[in-house]
Design a protein around this ligand. Structure first.
Ligand code: GLN
Length: 479
C-alpha cells in the first residue's frame, strides 16, 4: 500500500489507532521503498517484536500520538546492537552496548526504527559530503546536496522513506538540511532533550531534534524524546515538551523581530524574496515586525569555528583505536594511535582537531577560546534582550537553496558561511525551527523562527500558526 508512505506521522498514528492499518504493515511500506537518494547508512528491516509490542499498546488504547510510527535516526545516535558509525571509518564496526536516552524513549512509546541515516563525518559539515561512505542526494534534484550534517535524515523524510527522523544540531545541522529539503526541522532548547548517547561533537552546542513534514509531526516527536535525564549533566530539570493540541490561533498582536544582519546581501536574492513574501503574508494577519540590529551576529561564524573545533578536539580524543572501532598497526602505542587516527579520520575531521587543539593550547587559549566565549555570552545576552519584548526572531534559515554536489568542496569558507543564520541559536541555547516558505528556482526556501529559552511550546505554536497562514505545501517534483 504505497499511499501509506504519503501520510504524515500524525496521520499514521491516527490510522493505526482507528485500525485502518497495522504497525507492521506501515513499517514495511516504508522499509520496502527504494532508497534512491542514499539517505541511509544502515537500513534495518522493521523488528517484528517491536512492531508487535507497539500493536499491543495500540490495541490496549495505550501509547501516544506516534505509537507504531516508523522513524529514521541519524547515525551519531547510539543504538544498542545496531551499527553506529558517525559516517566515519574510525567507527566502521562500532556496535554500541547501550541506547541513547532518546532511543529508549522512542522504544518505550512504540516508534519503529527504520535504520540509521547518513551525515557528514562526526556531523562536521553542511552538505553530507564528508561522510566516509557515500553522498546523499537531495530529493528535489539528485545533482544537489540535501545540506548537512543531518542530510540523510532530512532526505529520508523529504523522499517519504520515513515520516519522521531525528538529527542533531550543533550549528544548524537540523535546520539547514530541513530548509534545503523543503521540510520542517526543529532544534529544541539546549537541555530539553537528553544528549546521553549522542556521540559528542561540541557538547555545549549539540542538541538532538526532530524532522517532519509538518510542525505538528515535529511537536509530537519532541514530546516523545524530551524531558529531564539524570544521565546528562546539562539536562534541564523541566517537564517534557508538551504537544498540547496546537491551535489554529490568530497571529494578531504577535511581535516578531527581524535583525538587519540576517537580511543582508550574503543571502541569495531568491531566498530573501521568498522570506519577504512570507513576512508580507504574516503582516496581513496582524503580525507586528520589529526591525532590530544585533551586530554580534556578524562574528557568529568566526566565534563558532573556534568553540566548536575546541570542544570537538577534546571529545574526539577518545577515538584512538583502543576502545572503539578498528585499529591500524604500528610500532608501539603512540604509533598505533597515530596510524589509526591519521588513516581513519577524514580530512575535515583532522583539520578541526588541529584547529581545536591550537585554540586551546597554552598562549592561544586566552586570545582565541576565552575571547570566543566572551563574544558568545554577549551575543546570547542580545538575543535574550530582543526576546524579552518579542515573541520570536525571524530570518532565512539558509542563505542559499540546495547547491550542487561538489560545488562548494574546494571552498571550505563558503561552506562555513552557510551556518550564518543558524549558529546564534546554538550559541545561546535557544530553540529554533525551520519551515518551508516557498521556492526559489524550483528549490525549497526555509524560514527560521527562534524563540526564548524553554519557551519551546510557544515557539511550536507560533510556527504552527505561521505554517497555517503561509499554507505552503511543497513536495519534490517526482514524488
Ligand atoms: N555546519 C556546521 C559545522 O560544520 C554545523 C554542524 C552541525 O550542526 N552538526 O560545524
Amino acid at each position: 500500500m504505497s499511499s501509506l508512505t504519503e501520510l504524515s506521522a500524525t496521520e499514521i498514528g491516527a490510522l493505526l489507532r482507528s485500525r485502518g492499518a497495522s504497525v507492521i504493515e506501515v513499517a514495511q511500506a516504508f522499509a520496502s521503498k527504494e532508497d534512491t537518494v542514499g539517505a541511509f547508512i544502515t537500513r534495518s528491516a522493521p523488528d517484528s517484536e517491536a512492531c508487535a509490542r507497539a500493536q499491543v499498546m495500540i490495541d490496549a488504547g495505550e501509547g501516544s500520538a506516534l505509537t507504531g510510527v516508523p522513524i529514521a535516526l541519524k547515525d551519531n545516535i547510539s543504538t544498542r546492537g545496531l551499527l553506529t558509525t558517525c559516517a566515519s571509518r574510525i567507527l566502521s564496526n562500532y556496535i554500541p552496548p547501550y541506547n541513547a536516552m532518546v532511543v529508549d524513549k522512542l522504544e518505550s512509546q512504540g516508534l519503529i526504527s527504520l535504520g540509521k541515516t547518513n551525515l557528514d563525518e562526526f556531523a562536521f559539515g553542511a552538505s553530507t559530503e564528508t561522510s566516509a561512505y557515500h553522498v546523499t542526494r537531495n530529493p528535489w534534484d539528485l545533482e544537489r546536496s540535501p545540506g548537512g550534517s543531518s542530510g540523510g535524515s532530512a532526505a529520508a523524510v523529504a523522499a517519504h522513506l520515513s515520516p519522521v527522523a531525528l538529527g542533531s544540531d550543533t550549528g544548524g545541522s537540523i535546520r539547514q538540511p530541513a530548509s534545503l529539503c523543503g521540510i520542517v526541522g526543529y532544534k529544541p532548547t539546549y537541555g530539553r532533550v537528553s544528549r546521553y548517547g549522542l556521540v559528542a561533537f561540541a557538547s555545549s552546542l549539540d542538541q538532538i531534534g526532530p524532522f517532519g513534514r509538518s510542525v505538528e509531526d515535529c511537536a509530537h516527536l519532541a514530546a516523545v524524546i524530551s524531558g529531564h535525564d539524570h544521565h546528562d549533566a546539562t539536562s534541564l530539570p523541566t517537564d517534557p515538551i508538551s504537544a498540547r493540541d496546537l491551535k489554529t490561533g490568530s497571529l494578531k498582536g504577535k511581535r516578531i523581530a527581524i535583525p538587519s544582519e540576517l537580511f543582508d546581501d550574503s543571502a541569495e536574492p531568491g531566498v530573501l524574496a521568498s522570506v519577504d513574501s512570507a513576512i508580507q503574508a504574516l503582516k496581513g494577519e496582524g503580525v507586528e515586525f520589529v526591525p532590530v540590529s544585533i551586530p554580534e551576529i556578524t562574528v557568529g561564524v568566526t566565534t563558532y569555528y573556534i568553540i566548536a573545533p575546541a570542544e570537538a578536539s577534546s571529545n574526539l580524543a577518545r577515538f584512538d583505536g583502543v576502545r572503539f572501532g578498528p585499529r591500524e598497526s604500528g610500532d608501539g602505542h603512540v604509533n598505533v594511535v597515530a596510524e589509526t587516527r591519521g588513516k581513519l579520520f577524514g580530512k575535515e575531521v583532522r583539520t578541526r582537531i588541529v584547529v581545536g587543539t591550537y585554540v586551546l593550547s597554552a598562549g592561544y587559549y586566552d586570545a582565541y577560546y576565552l575571547r570566543a566565549q566572551q563574544v558568545r555570552g554577549k551575543m546570547a545576552a542580545k538575543f535574550e534582550q530582543v526576546l524579552s519584548t518579542c515573541d520570536a526572531i525571524l530570518s532565512p534559515t539558509s542563505p542559499c537553496v540546495a547547491f550542487k554536489i561538489g560545488e562548494l568542496e574546494g571552498d571550505p569558507l563558503a561552506l562555513k558561511l552557510l551556518d550564518y543564520c543558524t549558529i546564534p541559536a546554538n550559541m545561546g541555547g535557544f530553540p529554533a525551527i525551520s519551515l518551508p516558505c516557498g521556492l526559489s528556482d524550483g528549490l525549497p526556501v526555509g524560514l527560521q523562527l527562534l524563540g526564548g529559552i524553554s519557551r519551546d511550546e510557544d515557539l511550536l505554536q507560533l510556527a504552527y500558526s505561521v505554517e497555517q497562514c503561509l499554507g505552503v505545501k511543497i513536495t519534490p517534483p517526482k514524488m
